[in-house]
Design a protein around this ligand. Sequence first.
Ligand code: UDP
Length: 193
Amino acid sequence: MQKEQYLGVYVSTLPYDDILADIEKRMAAGQKSTIIAVNPEKVIAAGKNEELKQLINAATYQIPDGIGVVLASKLKGGRLASRVTGIDLMERLIARAAEKGYRVFLYGAKEEVVKKAKENLEAKYPRLCIAGYMNGYVNDDEAVVRAINEANADMLFVALGSPRQELWIRAHMDRLNVKVFQGVGGSFDVFAG
Ligand code: UDP
């Protein structure tokens, strides 16, 4: 895995296509992958908070979501060529899911937002299977875990805000029959338009 380190926080240097290829290789091998977006604010916060640092560093991919991370890499002669944003990576994973028949679950945001995001994504990618969704205000982790497993989801996008979404993924991923986990912040609001 290609990574650089800032204040002890890992940042992946892989471009979109390499991340997608790597994730699919891991899916084929039955391995779970977790994706967390990193920006300079998170690097600084993690530099002062060991638990947050460990949470970030334990992910499979720490994507350079902020331009500041790319600039920092350039300044120290690193390999990071451009940003990999959470929302773009999510959409590329969705496109791949539509192409390959992977089942997707959306968890988080308000009910009308997640529902509209699902409808808009399905309209844009007619072959996409969003096998289920749940809003982020249910406060019943057991029900969410059950719904995701019953939906047989391959990819799970969690929009609860950071670091709550990453903590949720870490706490529940072992019990979930999911291969790809991404914390996506306000992305459902964007897809809902
Ligand atoms: N959210 C949620 N449940 C909560 C709190 C927040 O589902 O208890 C959702 C909220 O509706 C929004 C997303 O989490 O869709 C957070 O987006 P925000 O832009 O605040 O996250 P960030 O990208 O800043 O981490």
